[in-house]
Design a protein around this ligand. Structure first.
Ligand SMILES: Cc1ncc(COP(=O)(O)O)c(C=O)c1O
Length: 397
């Protein structure tokens, strides 16, 4: 039967890397591709106890429907967490989400008409493009350097382009590059947003993963007009399968997003919200964060040190202060997608994400995203050494 799909399905396509990464299912392959957190950091025992007692002592409540904007206690706890970290907000400015990913979808659904302009960093998070695309936006991009989005270039863009609707940014330990937006640029970004009447979507699921250097205030913390929508997530600091994220925005925006959430999924799992809330109340979250940060600081250093020893000189990579990713830049003319298919997977038995997929408009083929979070120390050294050997033999092209 011919299915008469809506027009928007023309731009909803499986990404090319998905097919490529199926090779990664081979147990011989060491994958640096996914953005998976290290499962050894999941607080399994604590969560087992919490889920067990939630069901045995409180089962008739935690298995029931609840308010679509989220459990009131968890909203309060998140408002307190945000306040402690410098972003003042109240519980009714917090919306609980099915992961930060749902925030990307709902914000686009709330704001974007077909043809509206979204500005992103170049490159940007692929999952955001996947969420935005069904709403048929146009994209303009702003380059990124070691201090995040080059805000002066944003200013040039805003001077010359018709009114943009939304600016999407991942200011803390950016996915895919790992870089962090400087304080000075955050301030300037907010000024520009006010001048050109932009909504900023500040997507910050890695914010708690700073393992070196000083934390930079969130853009939301400097927002006096309600023009910033902040997204946070427990995926990288508790466990992604809980599917718990949150948005912080003005009451008016939270209300609208809440209506869309109700239509999309009625609510986030009562049981999972209760579990996270109990974890925050009863467990030592700071101790968990400390061990997460220590682990990723160590793994990042190990990956970068091994790359320095094993990769050809001309391969450059970012040195992040937090998060899960480093971004590789090869010589111009190198095609990281082709190299993955023809050399890295079959010869080195190593996977990474070719960088081209992170560009909304003009793809740059000479980059790759590598994640240091998932593999053990031994696998990490082994994988980087194998990739280095193939790069050295075949040249980084
Ligand atoms: C920048 C960014 N935003 C959002 C998400 C979605 O996270 P969640 O698991 O909370 O839906 C991710 C996940 O990797 C991400 O890297």
């Amino acid at each position: 039967m011919e299915v008469n799909f809506a027009d928007r399905m023309k731009i909803v396509k499986p990404s090319a890397i998905r097919e490529l990464l199926q090779f990664g299912a081979n147990p011989e392959i060491i994958s640096f591709a996914g953005g998976y957190p290290d499962p050894n950091l999941f607080p399994v025992e604590q969560l087992r106890g919490i889920f067990q007692s939630a069901i045995s002592e409180n089962g008739r409540n935690v298995l029931q429907y609840t308010l679509s904007n989220g459990l009131p206690r968890l909203r309060e706890q998140l408002a307190e967490k945000m306040k402690r970290e410098g972003t003042a907000c109240t519980a009714d400015e917090v919306l609980i989400l099915q992961g930060a990913q749902q925030g990307l979808d709902l914000v686009a659904k709330m704001l974007i008409n077909a043809g509206d302009l979204i500005i992103t960093e170049n490159p940007t998070f692929l999952g955001a493009l996947i969420a935005f695309n069904p709403f048929e936006p146009r994209y303009k991009t702003v380059p990124i350097d070691e201090n995040g989005m080059v805000v002066d270039e944003l200013e040039e863009l805003l001077k010359t382009t018709p009114r943009a609707k939304l600016l999407y940014t991942t200011p803390d330990f950016h996915n895919p590059t790992g870089v962090t937006l400087s304080l000075e640029r955050r301030k300037k970004l907010l000024q520009l947003a006010t001048k050109y009447d932009l909504i900023i979507l500040e997507d910050s699921p890695y914010r708690d993963l700073r393992y070196q250097g000083e934390q930079v205030p969130s853009i939301k913390s400097m927002d006096t007009e309600g023009r910033v929508i902040y997204l946070g997530s427990f995926s990288k600091i508790l466990a992604p399968a809980l599917r718990i994220g949150w948005a912080v925005a003005s009451k008016k925006i939270v209300e609208s997003l809440g209506l869309l959430k109700l239509a999309a999924d009625t609510q986030t799992s009562t049981l999972n919200m209760f579990a996270v809330s109990t974890f925050l109340d009863k467990c030592d979250f700071d101790a968990l964060l400390l061990s997460i940060r220590n682990t990723y600081r160590h793994k990042k250093a190990l990956m970068l040190d091994t790359m320095r020893g094993e990769f050809p000189q001309e391969v450059a990579f970012t040195d992040p202060n937090g998060g899960l990713f480093t971004w590789l830049t090869f010589s111009p003319g190198f095609n990281a997608g082709e190299f993955l298919r023809e050399k890295a997977l079959p010869l080195a038995k190593v996977a990474y994400v070719p960088g081209a997929t992170f560009y909304p408009v003009v793809q740059e083929p000479n980059h790759a995203r590598m994640s240091y979070s998932l593999q053990s120390d031994e696998q990490l050294v082994e994988g980087i050494s194998r990739l280095g050997e193939v790069l050295r033999k075949t040249g980084s092209l």
